[in-house]
Design a protein around this ligand. Structure first.
Ligand SMILES: [Zn+2]
Length: 204
């Protein structure tokens, strides 16, 4: 199956993980999402919602956004990355088996952690935001972050209304990293701002 959009992520071992967008919400899916939302207040609708409505309901994380479904194919994703991704329990992973009775390229008992596998991963818009919140943070594994960034890029080609929502949690929360030992992204930014202010003097 050809992807709707493709992005590549460079892994730290020098290999490339290719991410294909297999499915994104269609107009019918978006209209159904709106129908579910209006149904909760006793109304009916067949209208396809506009980008602003889609953005606003995704930002609010209301349950009808679970009808907005995405599917990705990750080609040559390191096996250890697939195990990180598979921990997102509201997404569905279909990871290529390494079982010795399913493939003959290598002995899985001796396979390195970064052995490439192919993975199809499906999820709704709510989970896609959660995945990006967690895995785009600088505390996430470097290779996992690169793969999820590729997922973000292909998603935005079809769902631009998610642009400011597929972000690390530290950005989502407005400059505060919630990790137990924060990633430091904003501390560094603030330091840069302070240095600039010291150099230029305060704005009056
Ligand atoms: Zn962070």
């Amino acid at each position: 199956m050809e992807g709707i959009a493709t992005a590549r992520a460079l892994m730290t071992n020098g290999t490339i993980c290719t991410v294909q967008l297999l499915k994104a919400p269609t107009d019918d899916d978006k209209a159904f999402c709106r129908l579910c939302a209006l149904g909760t207040i006793g109304k009916d609708s067949t209208k396809v919602p506009d980008e602003k409505w889609l953005h606003d309901i995704c930002k609010a994380r209301h349950s009808p956004i679970r009808e907005l479904r995405f599917a990705f194919k990750l080609v040559d994703v390191p096996y250890f990355v697939s195990t990180h991704l598979a921990r997102h329990i509201h997404a569905q992973p279909y990871i290529q088996s390494q079982r010795n009775d399913r493939q003959s390229k290598y002995d899985r008992r001796k396979a390195p952690q970064d052995a490439p596998v192919t993975m199809i991963w499906t999820m709704n818009a709510e989970e896609l935001m959660t995945v990006c919140n967690k895995r785009l943070c600088m505390k996430a594994d470097t290779d996992t972050r690169a793969c999820v960034n590729a997922i973000r890029m292909v998603s935005l080609t079809q769902a631009p209304y998610l642009a400011d929502l597929l972000v690390p949690m530290c950005v989502y929360l407005g400059n505060k990293c919630p990790e137990m030992h924060g990633c430091g992204r904003w501390e560094r930014k603030n330091e840069e701002v302070e240095t600039k202010e010291e150099q230029n003097g305060p704005d009056i």
